[in-house]
Design a protein around this ligand. Structure first.
Ligand SMILES: NC(=O)c1ccc[n+]([C@@H]2O[C@H](COP(=O)([O-])OP(=O)(O)OC[C@H]3O[C@@H](n4cnc5c(N)ncnc54)[C@H](OP(=O)(O)O)[C@@H]3O)[C@@H](O)[C@H]2O)c1
Length: 342
């Protein structure tokens, strides 16, 4: 190779390198601006959902076109608190749960406190399809503007899949999946006819990732998330709002965590605090944790790689299972002593 051709070649290589540099810089700039754009959108969405929404008080009856709201799993916990928020906004209620005594007490309390009509239906959600047919007859008598699919069950404590009794597996599927799906099917048609309505489905904060030792519970809640998102897309042109709520820990008997003051009090709100925040987000976000501190937790969970989440969840659930078994052991030895003494 003579000197001229060497010079020519190196000039050519330098030119190509600078072109590659430019291409890399443009690609980097594209991804950076995409990240900045999506982060800015998330911040705006956060402010809209958790700040602006609390500054307004929309008329839920007018917006969703019915005087009645149906809340499943409403004898206690989040369901009862959400029902009270709806009553505060003037909606009549149909409360649905298993325990008729608890339902009656709740109905009387809400009626006296908020001067709205409150009916209740005592039903155990299980695999019996005939129950839903009877429910439909009752529900078709009212103009239902809002349906809150809140009912849900969990494991007694974290367990490996094969250790979960099969009866509990059926309960998880029948309550967490079937009840929400069929209740929606029963009520959505009257909302579509009116061209207005809202359906609020309770999923769970961690459902975006698989959770070992809570395998089936987490999977049922992932179903609710996907179901709600697709349904919202399918029916938004018919005037229907479908919202998925994804709470993290809330202080109820379900989470077996009381909302006593403590270090985590703000991260584990009471059912009343959670519901008062969550209801404001209706109409502002179709998929939200419902409570601002839970939304921050949600961002962190999304950023954690799946392997790390599963490793952490396994360790935590192992510790929770050990604690629960010790509690059960000491309870049963206490009751044995009582029998011996008695
Ligand atoms: N609490 C949390 O930390 C948390 C976190 C994430 C997601 N969530 C979700 O939020 C929802 C509500 O949770 P929560 O903590 O308020 O629960 P909760 O306090 O245990 O209340 C559950 C309600 O469902 C009713 N219920 C249970 N099984 C039923 C069945 N087979 N048929 C009819 N009613 C039944 C219960 O009433 P009866 O016993 O009178 O029937 C009760 O009213 C659930 O979907 C849950 O998955 C909760």
């Amino acid at each position: 190779m003579n000197e001229d051709s060497f010079k020519h070649l190196s000039k050519h290589i330098l030119l190509e390198l600078s072109k590659a540099n430019d291409a890399l810089a443009i690609t980097g700039l594209y991804f950076l601006s995409k990240k900045i754009f999506s982060s800015t959108c998330s911040v705006f969405q956060f402010i809209r959902t958790h700040v602006f929404s609390r500054a307004t008080t929309p008329d839920l009856i007018k917006t969703y076109g019915g005087k009645w709201a149906v809340v499943t799993g409403s004898s206690c916990g989040i369901g009862k608190a959400y029902a009270e928020e709806l009553a505060k906004r003037g909606l009549n209620l149909i409360l649905i749960s298993r325990d008729s005594r608890k339902l009656q007490q709740t109905a009387i309390q809400i009626n006296e406190q908020y001067q709205v009509e409150v009916d209740f239906i005592s039903i155990t959600f299980d695999g019996d399809a005939g129950k839903y047919d009877r429910l439909k007859i009752e529900l078709d008598k009212r103009d239902i503007g809002i349906l809150v699919n809140n009912v849900g069950v969990m494991y007694d404590y974290p367990q490996h899949f094969l250790d979960v009794p099969s009866q509990r597996l059926w309960e998880l599927v029948n309550v967490n999946i079937a009840a929400t799906t069929v209740m929606t099917h029963l009520i959505l048609s009257q909302m579509v006819e009116r061209g207005k309505g809202a359906i609020v489905n309770l999923s769970a904060g961690g459902s975006s990732k698989p959770t070992p030792q809570m395998t089936v519970y987490a999977a049922t809640k992932a179903y609710i998330d996907l179901f709600s998102r697709a349904l919202n897309y399918e029916y938004k042109d018919y005037g229907i709002t479908v919202q998925c709520l994804l709470p993290f820990y809330v202080g109820t008997k379900f989470s077996k965590i009381s909302s006593k003051p403590g270090k985590l009090i703000h991260f584990i709100p009471s059912a009343e605090c959670y519901a008062s925040h969550a209801i404001c987000t209706l109409g502002y976000s179709s998929r939200t944790c419902g409570y601002w501190l839970h939304s921050i937790q949600g961002c962190i969970v999304r950023a954690i790689p799946e392997w790390l989440w599963m490793w952490g969840a396994s360790r935590l659930n192992q510790a929770l299972r050990r604690q629960a078994k010790e509690r059960l052991k000491s309870k049963s030895s206490k009751s044995l002593k009582e029998v011996d003494n008695g």
